[in-house]
Design a protein around this ligand. Structure first.
Ligand code: G6P
Ligand code: ZN
Length: 550
């Protein structure tokens, strides 16, 4: 075994996006592509302090290229003097589990291999993300430094050691570095058992409560099986598609009503169980489903917040709620009722890190099917599902009853997201630029037809100043806020891998319980029309319809 220095040249475009570097597998397979990015991570860590002898956590969602990437990263970690790497058995660790293990074992950080909900397989996507010692995604100053290094690299360092057996629990060495293959589930399961009332949930299943958890052939399957079927005693078969597959069985592992169509069909049909749930590729997203009701992620955050004390881990109440800017304002109403702060951050879980570390927020959520809390520094799919199970067990109410009671108390924020995927990047950027140019003239204008008109209260491109470190993030999305609190938000996705993806977010508040069962798209139709009138989205992108509506 020796450490080699291999000459390389920079690859363009290795700037991490909303959630790390995500590219096609074929791009990652170019000689040196992964190595360059990993070298840039180690150079950044080296400049920040001492990597020597420290512990890193490493794992991924099991998608195609996961095992190859892990072998490469292990050999590079050894060449950079890392003391120990904890790697999940089979190369598997969900994103929340990486965060949990970093915190529990006081590691320097971790590397997560995933492109989250993006499709996998040889023609699919791959991704790599660095998490810091609080267990959360690296903040911008670190991802920017990584990117700067990728632009100037001339070589990378790697051991020529042979591959590690990732399927056997135990320790071996590469150079002076220890590689410890750990059980992927146990640390995480122990954390969950400390937060939720497992006895009450076990009793719920004993009383005949039925559930389907769809693992979507992605990484949350092993966690859900071990916890929901194993520890909580749900009948075998409650967790379906539980085996992680390299191509996720050819499906798109994104828990929303469009991609988890089987689950939605089941929950809409005569054989619906009491509760349905799904998680995404790397296990950090969740979808909560009742009978004929997919709970909007924004509502799920608000409902969890309003009922937080039902779960033992949150018995003493919450300190604050944080949501991303495009997420609906349902949580704001709960925060106001509880008398706690509500923070509005840019899209991306990394922006919650400082708020959680400073104890300013206890619960966080995003419209993109992400919910989580101070227990780790990533969003957490299985955690959200367990929270709902705990809530159902504690209240004796169904998902539908819980949601309806919430709307009756707080009002309903009708909410939808329209995605225009893989559109021409030039056209999308030009549309956003023109829209930004119009913003100063929008405030005070009345938009829309007849009685469906709205007066614009505020129109801006969202800027966030982090209250903890005062860092400023600009151009985080255009928002057009109406005088009644209804909103239109437009931004470009930071996680797409092809062209540009335009996201249009729509929200309308309805206080009157007599109008809480409207069709969401109909309820939002006037705002959809205004969005088109203001942005020319369809004309500019040449699309008649959104690619996905959630
Ligand atoms: C990932 C991130 C989330 C983000 C979502 C959508 O899941 O972890 O924080 O909300 O992607 O991001 P995008 O930039 O594509 O809208
Ligand atoms: Zn994910």
């Amino acid at each position: 075994m020796t450490i080699q220095t291999i000459a390389t040249t920079p690859f363009a475009g290795q700037r991490p996006g909303t959630s790390g570097l995500r590219k096609k597998v074929t791009e990652f397979q170019q000689p040196g592509y992964l190595e360059n990015f990993v070298e840039a991570i180690f150079l950044t860590l080296g400049a920040l302090g001492n990597v020597q002898g420290r512990t890193l956590v490493l794992g991924g969602d099991g998608r195609y290229f996961n095992r190859d990437a892990i072998q490469t990263i292990l050999r590079m970690a050894a060449a950079h003097g890392v003391g120990r790497v904890l790697v999940g058995r089979g190369g598997i660790l969900s994103t929340p589990a990486v965060s949990c293990v970093i915190r529990k074992r006081a590691a320097l950080g971790g590397i997560v291999l995933s492109a989250s909900h993006n499709p996998g397989g040889p023609d699919g996507d791959f991704g790599i993300k660095y998490n810091i010692d609080n267990g959360g995604p690296a903040p911008e100053k670190i991802t920017d430094a990584i990117y700067e290094h990728t632009k100037t690299l001339a070589s990378y360092r790697i051991s020529d050691a042979g591959p590690v057996d990732l399927d056997r629990i135990g320790s071996i060495r590469i150079e002076d570095m220890e590689v410890e293959v750990i059980d992927a589930v146990s640390d995480y399961a122990e954390l969950m058992a400390g937060l939720f009332d497992f006895d009450a949930i076990r009793a719920l299943f004993q009383r005949g409560f039925t559930m389907r958890f769809d693992g979507m052939h992605a990484v949350s399957g092993p966690y859900a099986k071990a916890i929901i079927e194993g520890m909580l005693g749900a009948p075998a078969g409650t967790v379906v598609n539980a085996e992680p597959l390299e191509d996720f069985g050819g499906h798109h592992p994104d828990p929303n009503p469009v991609n988890a169509a089987d689950l939605i069909a089941l929950m809409d049909g005569p054989d619906a169980p009491d509760f349905g749930a799904a998680s995404d590729g790397d296990g950090d997203r969740n979808m909560i489903v009742g009978r004929k009701l997919a709970v909007s992620p924004s509502d799920s955050l608000a409902i969890i917040a309003a009922n937080a004390t039902a779960a033992p881990g949150y018995r003493d109440g919450i300190k604050g709620i944080a949501r991303s800017m495009p997420t609906s304002q349902a949580a704001d109403r709960v925060a106001a009722a509880l008398g706690v702060s509500c923070f509005e951050t840019p899209t991306g879980w990394k922006y919650f890190g400082n708020l959680l570390d400073a104890g300013l927020a206890t619960l966080c959520g995003e419209e993109s099917y992400g919910t989580g809390s101070m227990h780790i520094r990533e969003k957490d799919g299985v955690w959200a599902v367990l929270f709902w199970l705990n809530l159902i067990a504690a209240t004796g109410k169904s998902v539908n009853e819980i949601v309806q009671a919430h709307w009756a108390r707080f009002g309903r924020n009708y909410y939808s997201r329209h995605d225009y995927e893989a559109v021409d990047a030039g056209a999308a950027n030009a549309m956003m630029d023109d829209l930004r140019g119009k913003l100063p003239s929008l405030a005070g204008q009345t938009l829309g037809e007849g009685e469906n008109n709205y007066r614009v209260q505020l129109a801006d491109d969202f800027t966030y100043t982090d209250p903890v470190d005062n860092s400023v993030s600009t151009r985080q999305g255009v928002r057009i806020v109406m005088t009644d609190g209804s909103r239109i938000v437009l931004r470009l996705s930071g996680t797409g891998t092809e062209g540009a993806t335009v996201r249009l977010y729509l929200e309308r508040y309805e206080a009157d319980p007599a109008r809480h069962d409207l069709d969401t798209q109909q309820a939002l139709a006037p705002l959809i029309a205004i969005a088109e009138q203001v942005s020319g989205l369809k004309a500019r992108t040449g699309r008649e319809q959104p690619s996905v509506i959630t």
